[in-house]
Design a protein around this ligand. Structure first.
Ligand code: SF4
Length: 359
């Protein structure tokens, strides 16, 4: 697993600060340059102060944007220059309790927008940065202010925002329209049956609220990625959901059907929820066929490629972020590995997919 938090050493009296690791000529005020390299310890100089990073090679963090936290003696890799999978965790608070949630909500919120603003300014050219939670729109005013500032400072940036779709209102319409070309909204919908959706997200009335807000996103011309984690609770209803999406949400950019992540509530509820699509792809296949027939985009996220019948493999994306992706020993000889999403780091073979077959 690629570490996102590095052990560091820094004067504890210094306030946390954001820097970009740079070995280039003429470093800017926000750049940190390497001053010495010893086994297991790199020393850097930045305008805010000297600091040290442990147990990493200089090349592995070149161009990264770090939040150096002297109190905790940690450097957070807010942006890894070599990765397409950079996400700012806006908050761990959430107003839903999804039964498969990989990041269970916490009551406490730490406002990091100042650091995110500094980091976005230092992102590599053309970066798309993920914004996730918890539920980011619980802090909508601060979030929108951050996005306004980041997009006006950098014309090449865009954001992919994961939200439960509960917190828009009609007053957001001008703002959504203004930024529609640079924001992609990832919004979960688990069923076209309100009772099933509400049960999965653990919130009465969630589907009704979501429906209105999806219509609002459509009215704004926003880019929308609908997301559905397939589970025992909703697998049989996928065809109905496909029909609902194609009739009521035709403006969606894509529909991502996702496999579960075995962490957080996903681990706690794994046996209750995990749907083994490697042994039963019938409803998934029918849902994809319906979307194809109606010329709407559909994707499969987090599906090991050999678990997807050949006729549907073109829809499978390498969706698992590089820092938490792994393959099984059996994958070593598989000629499809370079196209395969693989597995989450915390996946377990003993209660996972029954049918994994190297090709
Ligand atoms: S054997 Fe492994 S690498 Fe090959 S398709 Fe299956 S999961 Fe992917």
């Amino acid at each position: 697993m690629i570490p996102l938090r590095l052990r560091s050493k820094c004067d504890r009296s210094i306030e946390p600060f954001v820097v970009r690791i740079s070995s280039g000529e003429g470093p800017g005020v926000d750049d940190a340059t390497l001053t010495s390299e010893k086994p297991g310890l790199l020393s850097y100089r930045a305008e805010r102060g000297d600091f040290h990073i442990r147990d990493v090679a200089p090349a592995h963090i070149e161009g990264d944007v770090l939040l150096v936290d002297p109190q905790r003696q940690i450097a957070h890799r807010l942006i890894r220059a070599a990765s397409q999978h950079n996400t700012f965790l806006i908050t761990e608070q959430c107003d839903q309790l999804c039964m498969m949630c990989s990041q269970p909500p916490k009551a406490h919120h730490e406002d990091m927008f100042t650091h995110f603003r500094a980091a976005a300014r230092l992102a590599p050219p053309g970066a798309q940065i993920g914004l996730s939670g918890g539920e980011p729109l619980l802090h909508k005013e601060e979030l929108f202010g951050f996005i306004d500032a980041a997009l006006s400072a950098r014309e090449d940036l865009s954001f992919h925002i994961l939200t439960n779709g509960q917190h828009f209102d009609i007053g957001d319409l001008p703002w959504l329209r203004k930024h529609r070309s640079r924001l992609l909204w990832g919004v979960p919908i688990y069923s076209d049956d309100p009772a099933v959706h509400d049960e999965i997200v653990g919130k009465a009335g969630a589907f009704a609220r979501l429906s209105g807000n999806l219509a609002l996103l459509g009215l704004a011309g926003a880019s929308l990625e609908l997301r559905t984690v397939v589970m025992k609770q909703n697998a049989a209803g996928l065809v109905g959901l496909a029909d609902f999406i194609s009739r009521h949400l035709p403006f969606a950019t894509t529909w991502a059907i996702m496999q579960m992540e075995r962490i957080g509530y996903g681990r706690m509820n794994w046996c209750r929820c995990f749907f083994d699509s490697s042994v039963d792809f019938k409803d998934l296949g029918a849902a994809i066929d319906l979307m194809r027939a109606r010329r709407q985009s559909v994707m499969l996220y987090n599906f090991p490629l050999c678990t997807v019948p050949a006729a549907f493999r073109e829809h499978a994306a390498q969706s698992i972020s590089d820092w938490k992706q792994k393959y099984l020993p059996a994958c070593d000889t598989c000629r499809m590995q370079s196209r395969c999403a693989g597995f989450f780091e915390w996946y377990r073979e003993e209660d996972g997919f029954m049918e994994i077959h190297p090709q």
